[in-house]
Design a protein around this ligand. Structure first.
Ligand code: SF4
Ligand code: SF4
Length: 697
């Protein structure tokens, strides 16, 4: 072997060794930080995870929710995948002193080289567009308090590096092809774009081509080595992290919050000391409930934070952020990453318990930010790499409530009311059946006394029992059940709050106490099937009670109405509603939380010929502002109330009726219509009311 090639190999091997050395050091530091985080989030269902990874990461499906810029991003991703194969060949060549070591793959090698050659141009064009957007245009989602100068600089450096990689790849292919042609040897692989360049620049000599090739080869490979070690310190770390993060997606419905096992043990202990003592493992102790600092977060939260691309898609759809409140879901992720970067070295040196007198809560994320969240899940739905922000936000609320008894005053009253009256409002349980005045509504205890057992338990919910407006909706739905002679009964005065508002407000203890009480009552009656009339109750029964051994077949009233229509049990006659323009507001806990989008629309299409979608609808729908226990408290400071923003969406359609399917949404949209002085022209009805109106029952 000649001296030049040997020197080349030695330099390459040294560069590779340094790259791996630095990279391994960085990774070992990160692994150490992971060891400080909380366990949890068991990784099961590998087959399903693989499917999600193929669809979301490699198929780039979520990126295409914004088709134009999404297309450019997808091209960059796919381009990277293809070009990576060529880079593997370069590493083999560098180490072995070969040229085009994978040539034995024949036509496959041709395809790899040709795709890499074409994608290099496509990626370069996309990167120039991205850089131009960042440098010369004002793109709202690239701004925000969390987007410091460093973030912008970091993005620009990373994009410039990628551009350098692509330009060096293009010139490397040009030099390789040009030199091969000049020396009369056959080129290994196909290079369509380089061939075109050769035609455009015919005057370059064979020797010059060789110099171009060598210079570009080294520029390209050294840029890759540098990039690999720069990435972990930049937002572009997602180049490594995003595919594994998608593989690690939370597979449950977005509406489900994780159960706090430590609280379950405490509650069981309170309710049944003897059995719970026997069941509790010795390590049942936890140092802290909820998340106060970086090490309280789960390893998955930290993984999310390292994967975040800072693209701002989450923040751009966050109702709190849109209406000028301090909350930005992207900031939550960036803050967790920054806090671990700050505290990690200290914990690595002095142990997990060491303190620097600062914490993620308050020094990075304020209480105001946390209490602004409606748990609408728009952020989680939008994130292209399936990061879940609300779970961390609620975990931080859990710390505030469970460890510091700190919450907005109105929420403390809600906790008291649920504890004392079994409802978020100060009403007596004795009034729970007032909605059914003058109606035939079977009650569970009475049926049982007669030795009868209904097919369904109809769960009315606190709003249905006590909110004057929503009582009408419950009456309407009960009329349909009676009309169809459905076998059902309600719990009546035995019903109590499911605990949903308490859980979303961070009071996990109260939630679980309510949940266990409800489950015990329902099991006492041998209930198997439940119909709910509120998406929040639906979500709690369907997704969260199974963690507490509450296993029921749960159907929402909208799903059931749709089923009645589909099975032709319910036929809706043509009515005056037919020509009325209706728009539908998707409740977050029906839509994003549980993917129920088509059922309400099917029902409405049976009622009107004039169903008009809002600009933001289905999974893009804006929250009404009431979820996550916001219904019971003053909104955090901002430029606008969320319900006004959403009502404006609805009014823009010119609809005379805003249809809803949730008690909280109904309150918000009604308030919005009042606020906009549109009470004369626009009405708000629940879908069940519209069905009853059309049927004239
Ligand atoms: S859940 Fe909704 S309100 Fe909360 S951070 Fe995400 S988008 Fe914003
Ligand atoms: S959390 Fe997801 S959507 Fe939000 S900035 Fe990070 S990557 Fe983008």
């Amino acid at each position: 072997m000649n001296r030049y090639l040997m020197t080349r190999q030695i330099i390459f091997a040294a560069a590779l060794l340094i790259t791996f050395g630095v990279f391994s050091w960085t990774v070992s530091r990160l692994l150490k930080y992971f060891s400080f985080t909380r366990s949890g989030f068991p990784v099961k269902n590998l087959g399903k995870r693989f499917g999600v990874m193929m669809e979301v990461a490699f198929g780039q499906t979520k990126i295409f929710r914004r088709p134009v810029i999404g297309f450019a991003h997808a091209m960059v991703f796919w381009g990277f995948c293809v070009i990576l194969l060529g880079s593997v060949e370069m590493v083999i060549d560098g180490l072995a002193g070969t040229e085009k070591a994978l040539r034995f793959l024949g036509p496959v090698h041709d395809i790899i080289m040709a795709s890499g050659d074409i994608f290099a141009v496509v990626v370069a064009v996309a990167i120039i567009i991205f850089l131009a957007r960042r440098l010369f245009f004002h793109i709202a989602r690239f701004e925000g308090i969390e987007m410091k100068k460093r973030s912008h600089r970091d993005a620009n450096i990373s994009l410039s590096l990628i551009l350098l990689l692509m330009i060096s790849l293009i010139s490397m292919n040009l030099g390789y092809l040009g030199h091969a042609k000049a020396s009369g040897t056959a080129a290994e692989g196909l290079y369509p774009f380089a061939s075109l360049l050769l035609v455009l620049f015919p005057g370059i000599t064979g020797e010059a081509h060789h110099v171009i090739y060598e210079a570009s080869w080294w520029t390209h490979i050294l840029a890759i080595f540098f990039f690999a070690n720069y990435l972990p310190y930049s937002k572009h770390f997602h180049v490594f992290m995003s595919v594994p993060n998608v593989f690690l997606t939370r597979l449950e419905p977005l509406g489900k919050l994780d159960n706090m096992e430590s609280i379950t043990k405490e509650v069981k202990l309170m309710l049944n000391p003897e059995t719970a003592y026997a069941a509790a493992p010795a390590d049942a102790q936890v140092s802290r409930f909820g998340v106060k600092d970086a090490e309280d977060a789960t390893w998955k939260n930290y993984f999310d934070s390292l994967s975040c691309t800072e693209c701002g898609r989450c923040t751009s759809v966050c109702p709190a952020n849109i209406t000028g409140k301090k909350l930005s879901p992207r900031k939550i992720m960036m803050d967790l990453r920054a806090r671990m970067k700050e505290k990690g070295p200290l914990m690595a040196k002095n142990g997990r318990e060491s303190s620097d007198g600062r914490s993620l809560l308050r020094d990075f994320i304020t209480e105001e930010e946390l209490w602004a969240c409606t748990t609408c899940n728009a952020c989680a739905r939008e994130c292209p790499i399936n990061i879940n922000h609300p779970s961390l936000i609620v975990d931080m609320r859990r710390y505030l409530v469970l460890e510091e008894a700190s919450a907005p005053g109105e929420l403390k009253s809600v906790f008291n009311n649920i504890e004392n009256n079994g409802a978020p409002w100060q009403y007596s349980a004795q009034d729970r059946m007032n909605w059914a005045k003058d109606m035939e509504v079977p009650v569970m205890a009475e049926l049982q006394a007669r030795g009868e057992k209904p097919e369904f338990l109809f769960w009315v919910g606190c709003a249905g029992a006590f909110d004057d407006r929503y009582k009408k909706v419950i009456r309407a739905f009960a009329k349909i059940l009676n009309h169809l002679k459905v076998s059902y009964a309600v719990l009546g005065t035995e019903e109590t709050c499911t605990g949903d508002p308490a859980r979303r407000a961070g009071n996990e203890m109260l939630f679980q106490m309510q949940a266990m009480q409800v489950i015990s009552t329902l099991n006492g009656y041998g209930v198997k099937k439940i119909i709910t009339a509120c998406p929040h109750c639906f979500n709690t029964f369907k997704n969260e009670y199974p963690d507490l051994e509450g296993n029921f077949e749960v159907t929402g009233y909208i799903e059931l109405l749709n089923e009645f229509i589909r099975e032709k049990k319910l036929s809706i006659p043509a009515s005056a509603l037919r020509d009325i323009k209706v728009t539908y507001h998707d409740p977050c806990y029906l839509g994003r939380a549980n993917e129920i989008y088509e059922e309400p629309r099917n029902i409405l299409k049976n009622l009107t010929r004039n169903l008009e979608e809002m600009d933001r609808s289905k999974s893009f729908a804006l929250c009404c502002g009431a979820g996550g226990a916001q219904m019971f408290k003053e909104a955090e400071k901002g430029e606008k109330e969320v319900f006004i923003e959403r009502t404006e969406d609805a009014l823009k359609t010119g609809a005379q009726v805003i249809a809803t399917a949730c008690p909280f949404c109904m309150t918000m949209m009604t308030d919005g219509i009042k606020y906009k002085n549109k009470e004369e022209e626009v009405k708000n009805f629940d879908i069940a009311e519209l069905v009853v109106e059309a049927m004239g029952i």
